[in-house]
Design a protein around this ligand. Sequence first.
Ligand SMILES: Cc1cc2nc3c(=O)[nH]c(=O)nc-3n(C[C@H](O)[C@H](O)[C@H](O)COP(=O)(O)OP(=O)(O)OC[C@H]3O[C@@H](n4cnc5c(N)ncnc54)[C@H](O)[C@@H]3O)c2cc1C
Ligand code: FES
Length: 282
Amino acid sequence: MNAPEDGKNIYQPHLMEIVKVISETGDTKTFHIQFQDASLRESFSFVAGQFAEYSVFGEGEATFCISSSPTRMSHLEFSVKRVGRVTNALHQLNEGDIIGFRGPYGNHFPLDKLKGKNLLFIGGGIGLAPLRSLIHNVVDTRADYREITILYGARSPQDLCFKYDLETWERNPSLKMVTTVDAGDNKWKGKVGLVPMVLEELKPSAGETMAVTCGPPIMIRYTLKSLEKLGFTPSQVWTTLEMKMKCGLGKCGRCNIGPLYVCKDGPVFSQEEIKNFTSDEF
Ligand SMILES: Cc1cc2nc3c(=O)[nH]c(=O)nc-3n(C[C@H](O)[C@H](O)[C@H](O)COP(=O)(O)OP(=O)(O)OC[C@H]3O[C@@H](n4cnc5c(N)ncnc54)[C@H](O)[C@@H]3O)c2cc1C
Ligand code: FES
């Protein structure tokens, strides 16, 4: 199913039931949701990297990527960092509550360009959410890819999201998983160091490798510089942008960077496509 353009109200959300809530960190929760309409449960499809508009009735609507994988369709997942009105309202909801959902919107990660390559995933904080959809997808179709490295960082051990995934990926012999924190505590036995610094230590080979990154703007800025130092060209680096949105459909003009609408032309861009826009624009 794609964004409805069949004469119905395109802003009308579908009803979805929250079937599970996971507390990831002090300010981030993951929601597992299912369409109330059984036929939509069967027909809905999306591609890793796409997003949707989620509504809490009486509060408003906000944009989140679909953080589960299209290869695992028993339910959908999205993860929410609490920052304001709608995200606060979402954090008050529990299993059995109903929310609105419209989507999927936007483009997606370029699976055709990633196939047959080494993949390097670089995520920071809640920025692992969109990457996680793609990581689960490539793990489920592992034979299509060469070496896979995942570098994930957060400010502290308490800020690491998706710990259950990190543990599974660490145990998976076909993946190289590196987790780092900016500052450890007395229980932390893993790496300490900022993501771009650890990336340079890892020295991934740029040859035949595609890098996919998402995280806080400051991490992205320095990660892009590190990738360049390591020999990655802008067409080998992909990122997903989170400009503020309203319609999600290319109609309101709220989300542009230069001539591009992040909701329609993105949110996934190669560095090649956005290298001429200043980082203040995103
Ligand atoms: C394509 C896309 C995918 C996204 N995926 C996720 C996701 O998976 N998980 C997640 O937690 N968030 C994600 N976001 C960001 C999320 O949409 C905002 O945090 C959310 O809309 C805030 O809503 P609010 O009503 O709680 O905040 P508001 O009350 O509207 O604002 C609170 C504060 O958050 C800031 N803010 C609002 N929207 C954004 C934004 N888009 N980017 C940066 N700051 C913002 C405001 O400037 C303000 O300072 C995504 C955004 C986009 C565009
Ligand atoms: S959010 Fe309306 S044009 Fe992109």
